[in-house]
Design a binder for this molecule. Structure first.
Ligand code: NAD
Length: 441
């Protein structure tokens, strides 16, 4: 059985230990020859690298492990690049969230003005990773979790249309886990139909392998409880703010009770509620810095100080299972069905061919083959068209260094009340992102 060589780009990510632990747990299904970490922040990555070195020596000494900030060393001779970088790190995420809130607009990592600002930082960095991969391992695949996935995917479509990058998101998988819990099954028992953009979609069918449709049953539950489940199903989306988001799904469902909504739709359908609920001085970025980031880096320090990982400081991250399943689907040509962000090309019949949409795909060693989702209703199509245009304008603004287009993108976003607010916001975001964005003309 071939053993694979994996590079994790964004080696200093809080999600790196969880992905490594998931890989170690799956060695029988997905054997590994070498595992490398790559980051552009040497110190941050080394804190996790030193700890993971100890974990790997103890649990899988046969795997060659290393970490580096040198792109050539990192990207040469790899089969897969798992990418999860955060351009500008949490310091900039905090500003993405807090600057819009100062204007009484949704402040969120991937949605609204914060997502656009983050997109303008991410595009260049992701293109750089693709170019490294193509230079040093031209046959490799990049499985990319780096956000904001919609804008990143559109930038890849325009700037590197032939590259072997798959942009993915764990949110639909996390919500499916909740749905399976609601009906007393496991996610693997269920097959879905879904249409939308990333962080912007609807399930139209949730069936078991015998063809039984669970959507009505799940819908009745969500109408009362949202996606809040009685027992913990997810290790990632568990903080208080996430629990409120799962609950809010019942109000999203009320807008169109035919389909089950993606939880991120709350930022577009209830932006006033979101602003009201937000603390402009303590946002999700602060929650993560005080929670996951502290926990992961202090666990790494404990391992390094003790010289052993015997007390199990790092946990398998359920977030990581999707990326491992996807790598397997490509490596072993499994033709599994997965939700991916792909160019529409008719998958949603009455939507633009060149839109990057999120739909179920069959995945094999040639990559994804999108499954037809038919026509979608007017309400969803209207919302999606507005949002996909925001994403396209943002990418064009980055490519052409065009102030006007970025102002238009912000003005068009359903989260922003007027072109005036959009302009004031844009000027503040330009000031905050000087180090990262191209200079806009
Ligand atoms: P993090 O800040 O903990 O880690 C990101 C790492 O990327 C940092 O160590 C940073 O130094 C590194 N980095 C930044 N720019 C880089 C570059 N140009 N080259 C190499 N390394 C670079 O962030 P995190 O919270 O672990 O999240 C990582 C990414 O994963 C984010 O983009 C986040 O939004 C995304 N994410 C996606 C999903 C999903 O399902 N799509 C889920 C969770 C997280």
């Amino acid at each position: 059985m071939k053993k694979f060589s994996i590079l994790i780009a964004g080696g200093g990510s809080t999600f790196t230990p969880g992905i490594v632990m998931m890989l170690l747990d799956n060695l029988d299904r997905f054997p590994i020859d070498s595992l490398k970490l790559y980051d552009n922040d040497e110190e941050r990555q080394a804190k996790l690298g030193r700890a993971l070195d100890i974990v790997l020596k103890e649990k899988a000494p046969e795997i060659k492990f290393s970490y580096t900030i040198d792109p050539k060393e990192a990207f040469k001779n790899v089969d897969f690049v798992f990418a999860h970088i955060r351009s500008g790190k949490y310091r900039m995420r905090e500003l993405d969230e807090k600057i819009p809130l100062q204007h009484h607009v949704v402040g969120q990592e991937t949605c609204g003005p914060g997502g656009i600002a983050y997109g303008m930082r991410s595009i260049g960095d992701i293109i750089e990773l693709i170019d490294y991969m193509e230079a040093y391992s031209p046959n490799a695949w990049m499985l990319n979790y780096s956000n904001p996935a919609s804008i990143v995917a559109e930038a890849c479509r325009q700037l590197r249309p032939d590259s072997r990058i798959l942009n993915i998101c764990d949110m639909p998988v996390g919500t499916l886990r909740r749905m399976s819990q609601i009906v007393g099954l496991t996610p693997n028992d269920l097959e879905v139909k879904y249409f939308g953009l990333n962080h912007f979609g609807w399930w139209t069918s949730v069936k078991d392998h015998d063809g039984h449709e669970y959507l009505p049953e799940i819908r009745d539950y969500v109408a009362e409880h949202g996606y809040l489940t009685k027992v913990e199903v997810d290790t990632q989306h568990m903080d208080a703010s996430w629990q409120a988001t799962h609950k809010k799904a019942k109000d999203l469902l009320a807008v169109d009770p035919r389909f089950l909504p993606n939880t991120y739709l709350k930022y577009y359908l209830y932006p006033d509620y979101v602003v009201e609920e937000s603390d402009p001085n303590y946002t999700r970025a602060n929650e993560v810095m005080d929670g996951r980031e502290k926990n992961v880096f202090s666990a790494a320090k404990r391992i390094v100080d003790a010289g052993t990982s015997s007390v199990g400081e790092f946990n398998i991250d359920s977030h990581a299972s999707f990326i491992v399943d996807l790598a397997r689907a490509i490596a072993y040509n499994t033709h599994e069905r997965m939700l991916l962000i792909v160019e529409n090309n008719g998958a949603i019949a009455n939507f633009d061919d060149d839109a990057m949409v999120e739909v179920p795909c069959i995945v094999g060693n040639d990559g994804p083959e999108p499954l037809s989702q038919g026509n979608i209703p007017l309400f969803q199509r209207g919302m999606m068209y507005e949002q996909v245009t925001v994403e396209k304008l943002a990418v064009q603004a980055w490519i052409e260094h065009d102030y006007q287009k970025l102002w238009q993108a912000l003005s068009l976003s359903k989260t922003v009340p007027s072109a005036q607010v959009a302009k004031e916001l844009l000027d503040d975001l330009i000031e905050a992102n000087k180090e990262f964005w191209p200079e806009l003309k």
